[in-house]
Design a protein around this ligand. Structure first.
Ligand code: SRM
Ligand code: SF4
Length: 561
């Protein structure tokens, strides 16, 4: 058997995720905790980081890096009540450095929390009936689900499933209560983890649930994608799509983005067991020697999808039904007011890179707080880093519109189409893996692309742009019609050719180029697109039809209907 990776030993010796985190938190000499504990801390929802803008200066001053912690909430389906919003907002202002950050998996992150503030912050989140457990780490993460409740009944059922899977398949260790909520200290052997065992999963595991025709969660980017099949307005069941994942390493062809494959259909009664067994097989079959190859997508490519499916059916004791027809139209958000089938209204706001801060006349954090003070429905965070003011009575719309406009939250009305659909990962200065800017670079590159598109009469072309500061792909860049994937400061791979339904990966068009070269490469393509596109034809589709890109060798996610 190949040697286990170091992290497997850390997990095994951690006494179910305790390690020496408590000692590290209590140590006043450093703003950090022990290296091994930083790995365990992720399972509790936090990453130790340092401000990379200040690294050199602090080194010169012989100071330790400016350590702080990023904290991520676990919010299944991205649902947040107004009361929770107000708590999260207060924590952002009291303890965090850069507001509230909506992530690409429809939850919140707080950056820049100092070590001694971590416990009160986590405790306050729990007090607000939310959690951070398993928001990160080698476990099932926050289960994402289509956030827009327009198909009201099916949506409510789908959300209930996201919440149930998130809850029931979460780790059971009491370490979380012990460390953050003053729970009783463990004496003797740690409690068993029925699903995860002593060493949890080989790698992170992600589940996402989409209700066609909206693919606003990028269902094919999930380890386990659930495609809800609605019949007569209710859920008949789910197609299972397995083995999606975005992460890759530059220059290492053994790592790659991959879209999930649809393997069959299960009824709602079968879903929980099916999800649990997919996770359990990955627990048992996943590569625990090389973390780079540990995600489910590599397990499938190593062992074969058919073998995996056979094992799943054998463990479940039933056969999956053939996949049911479905059709996805778009993986972006639908902005503005929409009415649900139950008559209630939902307003989707565009939040650039998901960052809610007060800056100049755009007082986004304050504006959302004002909304939370008066709103009687709930909020939904989207996987495109936006927020939906959901479940609004018709009579309340005017008041909400006024708060939105007064705080500059009405970008969805003013922004160009490419800006509305752009996603950028966090990257610098907090992300330790960033090779180039992403969120901070987005406004600059957007200004330039907007000018270029306007020259070609394409200001309202809804092109999907995605930026990532490294190939890990946190903005799901391999599903962008245009994507920039960071290589080095100021240098990116330009990738082109995904579709707008999240069903086709893009390809590298130019490698390791700077901004001038990016704009030069795109300009003639925009010119051709403006002149030659068919009605409603997306930019990615056009590049293929127009012969700019060769047809893909394999379409991972086929439309069944
Ligand atoms: Fe991610 C690691 C931020 C969604 C693939 N991701 C990181 C870390 C924690 C860096 C680290 O390990 O030190 C980043 C923290 C940056 C910071 O300062 O906040 C980070 N990932 C994010 C977020 C905040 C991006 C955003 O701008 O919104 C997203 C948080 C999601 C959440 O709420 O849980 C985020 N990350 C994703 C996604 C998108 C998705 O899941 O839909 C992906 C691609 C899908 C996938 O998992 O394949 C993604 N993140 C990664 C990877 C590559 C994993 C792989 O299989 O290779 C890493 C690196 C790793 O795990 O080693 C990573
Ligand atoms: Fe960091 Fe890379 Fe993820 Fe961006 S894609 S947040 S740079 S790990």
């Amino acid at each position: 058997m190949p040697a286990l990776s170091e992290l497997e030993h850390i997990k095994d010796n951690s006494r179910q995720l305790r390690g020496s985190i408590a000692d590290g938190l209590a140590d006043p000499v450093t703003g950090a905790i022990a290296e091994a504990d930083t790995k365990l801390l992720k399972f509790h929802g936090s990453y130790q980081q340092d401000d990379r803008d200040l690294r050199d200066e602090r080194r010169r001053q012989k100071l330790e890096p400016l350590y702080s912690f990023m904290l991520r909430a676990r919010l299944p389906g991205g649902v947040v009540t107004p009361a929770q919003w107000l708590v999260f907002d207060r924590l952002a202002r009291e303890y965090a450095s850069s507001g509230l950050r909506i992530t690409t998996r429809q939850t919140f992150q707080w950056h820049g929390i100092l070590k001694h503030d971590l416990k009160p912050t986590i405790a306050a989140i729990n007090h607000a009936m939310a959690s951070t457990i398993a928001a990160c780490g080698d476990v099932l993460r926050n289960v994402v689900s289509t956030p827009l409740p327009v198909q009201s009944a099916a949506h409510a059922e789908a959300y209930a499933w996201a919440a149930r899977l998130s809850e029931e398949l979460a780790p059971k260790t009491t370490a979380y209560h012990e460390l953050w909520l003053d729970g009783e200290k463990l004496v003797g052997e740690p409690e068993p983890e029925p699903l995860y065992g002593r060493t949890y999963l080989p790698r992170k595991f992600k589940i996402g649930l989409a209700i066609p025709p909206l693919n606003d969660i990028d269902v094919f980017a999930q380890d386990l994608g659930l495609i809800a099949i609605a019949e007569d307005g209710h859920l008949a069941g789910f197609n299972l799509a397995i083995g999606g994942g975005m992460g890759a390493t530059h220059g290492d062809p053994t790592t790659y983005p991959r879209l999930a494959e649809v393997i069959g259909f299960v009824t709602p009664q079968q879903l929980r067991d099916a999800a649990e067994q997919v996770i359990a097989i990955q627990r048992d079959w996943g590569d625990r020697g090389e973390r780079k190859h540990a995600r489910l997508k590599y397990t499938l490519d190593r062992r074969g999808t058919e073998a995996f499916k056979a094992e799943l059916e054998q463990r479940l004791g039933f056969t999956l039904q053939p996949a049911r027809p479905y059709r996805f139209e778009h993986n972006g958000d639908r902005y503005g007011w929409l009415q649900g089938q139950d008559g209630r209204w939902h307003l989707t706001l565009h939040i650039e890179s998901g960052r809610l801060v007060d800056r100049d006349e755009r007082r986004l954090l304050t504006g959302m707080r004002e909304l939370a003070n008066v709103h009687t429905g709930d909020f939904r965070l989207t996987c495109n880093q936006n927020v939906i003011v959901a479940n609004v009575d018709a009579a309340e719309r005017e008041r909400i519109d006024a708060i939105v406009a007064a705080h500059g939250l009405d970008g969805y009305r003013r922004h160009s189409a490419i800006r509305r659909h752009a996603i950028a990962c966090v990257a610098l200065p907090t992300c330790g893996l960033a090779m180039a800017e992403s969120e901070r670079y987005l406004p600059t590159i957007l200004d330039k692309l907007e000018a270029q598109l306007a020259r070609h009469g394409l200001r309202e072309a809804p092109i999907l742009l995605r930026l990532s500061g490294c190939p890990n792909g946190c903005s799901r860049p391999y599903l962008g019609e245009i994507a920039l994937v960071g290589r080095a400061p100021g240098r990116y791979d330009l990738r082109l050719g995904a579709d707008v339904a999240g069903q086709r990966l893009n390809r590298v068009y130019r490698e390791n180029i700077d901004e001038a070269a990016i704009l030069d490469a795109l300009d003639p393509l925009f010119a051709r697109y403006a002149a030659e596109r068919l009605p409603e034809e997306g930019f990615g589709d056009f590049l293929l039809r127009g012969g700019v890109l060769a047809p893909p060798r394999r379409i991972w996610a086929e439309v069944v209907a």
